[in-house]
Design a protein around this ligand. Structure first.
Ligand SMILES: *[C@@H]1O[C@H](CO)[C@@H](O)[C@H](O)[C@H]1NC(C)=O
Ligand SMILES: *[C@@H]1O[C@H](CO)[C@@H](O)[C@H](O)[C@H]1NC(C)=O
Length: 363
């Protein structure tokens, strides 16, 4: 708790920045390449859930406000139509971030008991940790077998972008119960500071996914010249107006996803990357998503992904917010707030992440 006090000055300064002057400098989102699973070093030893190396404080119980819809099915079975579904990955490296993200969702929604979390894990053993941290949480843990994608992953510029769990979002439609036809996917390095039910009720129209789009970003650079010079590849974008979007915050229509077989379409592009004479893109899990969806994305307000707060990938410098209101803060980029706070070298906006951190011993 000491550091919360220490950085409370930063905190107020940052709040003032948000309220009075949402941005000092805008930066190309393109550079905030991928979010989770960036180049951070493992800080935890293997989780020994009963041991003291890896403990989270218990979050308070969060209760629904009076106006929340009551469950249609007894005990909120996962198929209850009044639920808001959120999917997020849990792994040792980003666990602290994932727990903070969940905490932030619960804290800002009017109907926390109506949120159902779907946790994708690369190894067994997170169930009891989640249960002890959030005793009343509605959740289910799904094992995502890293082998499922390992053969499809080609080496990328940033080693960390190759984490199999990074690709788990491609498989949500297969993993989740078929009664779940919409899900919000969230990365592990973000906090939600608004009611997630607003994001949940986004209208997707005829589109299969929704995300904030960044049409001023230079789309060309996500693919190689080999890709652009070969119409067999680049022809995929003809008749489309593709824009960059960040895959760390998406509203996904899983019904359409299943019907149109998007998982397989994404995998096919990964196979092309793997087998073509020369790479068609350099990054990890993002380009296949762009290939399938860019230009076919329902636009969501930018407030739902204020990304890039992890800092510049090359220089590691701090970043400011984009102009406009903020509903979700995303530390995509190379730095993570918990590492910078621990190392006593935080960026000013890291103090906005700190209140959601539950890592540490209960007293
Ligand atoms: C809800 O679940 C609890 C515990 O599993 C069970 O005891 C109770 O009977 C259930 N209530 C209903 C209405 O099904
Ligand atoms: C976009 O990026 C490509 C490849 O990096 C570059 O050749 C091109 O000049 C850029 N276009 C603009 C408008 O910056």
């Amino acid at each position: 708790m000491l550091w919360i006090m220490r950085f409370s000055g930063f905190f107020s300064a940052a709040m003032v920045m948000i309220v009075l002057s949402p941005s000092f400098q805008s930066f190309p989102p393109a550079e905030a390449i991928r979010s989770s699973h960036a180049d951070s070093v493992l800080r935890f030893s293997t989780p020994t859930h009963s041991g003291d190396k890896f403990s989270f404080r218990r979050a308070p119980a969060f209760r629904n406000a009076g106006e929340c819809r009551s469950p249609k099915v007894a005990n909120y079975s996962v198929c209850d139509p009044s639920l808001v579904h959120v999917a997020i990955t849990l792994d040792v490296e980003y666990l602290r971030g994932s727990i903070a993200a969940v905490h932030s969702v619960l804290q800002h929604t009017k109907c926390p008991e109506s949120v159902f979390f779907h946790f994708l894990v690369p190894e067994i053993g997170f169930q009891s940790l989640v249960r002890s941290t959030f005793p009343e949480l509605k959740f289910k843990v799904y094992y995502f077998d890293p082998e499922r994608v390992r053969n499809l992953i080609s080496s990328s510029v940033r080693q960390a972008l190759e984490q199999p769990l990074n690709y788990a979002r491609n498989y949500l439609a297969d993993l989740l119960e078929t009664c779940v036809t919409r899900v919000i996917y969230l990365d592990s390095d973000l906090v939600v500071v608004d009611d997630i039910s607003k994001l949940w009720s986004t209208k997707l129209g005829r589109k299969s996914i929704g995300a904030p789009e960044y049409c001023h970003a230079n789309f060309t650079k996500y693919f190689t010249s080999h890709f652009w010079s070969n119409s067999r590849f680049s022809g995929v974008f003809s008749g489309r107006s593709p824009c960059y979007f960040n895959t760390g915050v998406m509203v996904m229509d899983l019904g359409k996803w299943r019907r149109f077989g998007y998982t397989r379409r994404i995998e096919r592009w990964m196979e092309v990357q793997k087998t073509s004479a020369s790479r068609i893109y350099e990054l990890g899990s993002l380009p296949p998503f762009l290939l399938v969806f860019a230009g076919h994305v329902a636009p969501i307000e930018h407030r739902w992904n204020q990304h890039g707060l992890g800092g510049d990938n090359v220089r590691g410098s701090c970043r400011d917010l984009h102009p406009g209101p903020v509903s979700l803060l995303h530390w995509s980029g190379s730095g993570k707030p918990w590492l910078r706070l621990d190392s006593k070298q935080p960026c000013p906006l890291d103090s906005l992440w700190a209140p959601y951190d539950l890592y540490g011993h209960s007293t």
